[in-house]
Ligand binder design. Sequence first.
Ligand code: DGY
Length: 421
Amino acid sequence: MSSLDDQARAIIRGNDRGGYTLPTRGLYPYQWNWDSAFAAWGFATFDNPRAWDELDTLMASQWDTGMVPHIIFHTPDPGYFPGPEIWRTGQTPPTSGITQPPVAATMARLVWEMDPEAGHDRMAALYPKLLAWHRWWHEVRCTHGPAAITHPWESGRDNCPDWDIGMAGVNGADAGPYERRDTGHVDPEMRPTKEDYDRYITMVNFGRNAGWDQAQVVADGPFLMADPGITFMLLRADEDLAVMGRALGHDVTELEGWAKALRDALPLIWNEELGAYDARDLRTGQFANVLGSGAFLAYLADAGNPTLDAQLMRVWDSVSYGIPSADPEAAIFNPRKYWRGPTWPVLNALLAVGLRDSGRTDLAERLRAETESLIRQHGFYEYFDPNDATPCGGADFTWTAAIWLTWAGQGAEADAVRGAA
Ligand code: DGY
């Protein structure tokens, strides 16, 4: 049997379509924005130039507005819905009309630090594009303070309970006839419901009918919520981009201003009653009143506090493997349903980066060891049941393989264990 490192590299190579990497075959047959950023981090452990290629391909599909779309439809694939004929964004290659968590700058910094000399010119070329994407986030999506999303898919945490109050206001009855493809690839019980999908498609239809005009989608669209997860990922990515900008000799005053404004806005997503950061409907001001994994991404941006620490330990100690995507004590908790309970290796990795950077190495190591155990028991799945480690969603997942190579498989005993594998 090959070592898990070899298997992880084989998965990434197997999902490589030449310049971009699929998240997994079948379920996600195109290039996804934040998946690609993690793929770059994974590639950097064995093929540094290919890591930069991945980021270049992603940013090559940036819109003139600065937005970087969440899916790039390089090659038609009837196995995915909703495909380019539904989005109709007029881009070449075709893309979706929404974005995804801006982790690319954070991943670019990690990649660059793994080989500073080789990465210098690659990062220099990427810098203005990443800066333009961050400008888009701040000028278009942070007008209320925290980062706002116009579709749950933008959060990357599609059906997490954070969005339930916003979803309730979307009338899915007019979604029209369509045929889902995701449930043909994996167990439907692990995927969002039909009611969710009717609303997702209604939101896509609104954007398309608005010609993907952001002003209209933000002002009048069916869904507008503050996302704690993206707020923290953007804040961290602003700071990472500023570090790289300084190293490249740029004036980073604009980036510093964005990061400060975002940090100053954090009290707007602190729900005192819940005792945690929380998603918020920006049309009504109403909090979601649920504790989700987005709140814990505060640690990625060094925005934790003692109350959140207590919540983290309560939630974490009530399962066996990693951070669950929803509160196990909440009524909606479902340990196998996508973002409503399962633990996600990729989110655990982001949290651990933050915990490590703030000196909490004991917690970072616990998270790594629990994530390692999941992958060692069952392989490179999309996500897992945090109670009994049941593997869920897609298999042979690029970002799970990537975080194995960069983080989860990097324990003190990694070499000894690898030798035995
Ligand atoms: C899907 O199709 O499930 C994706 O998460 C949407 O981006």
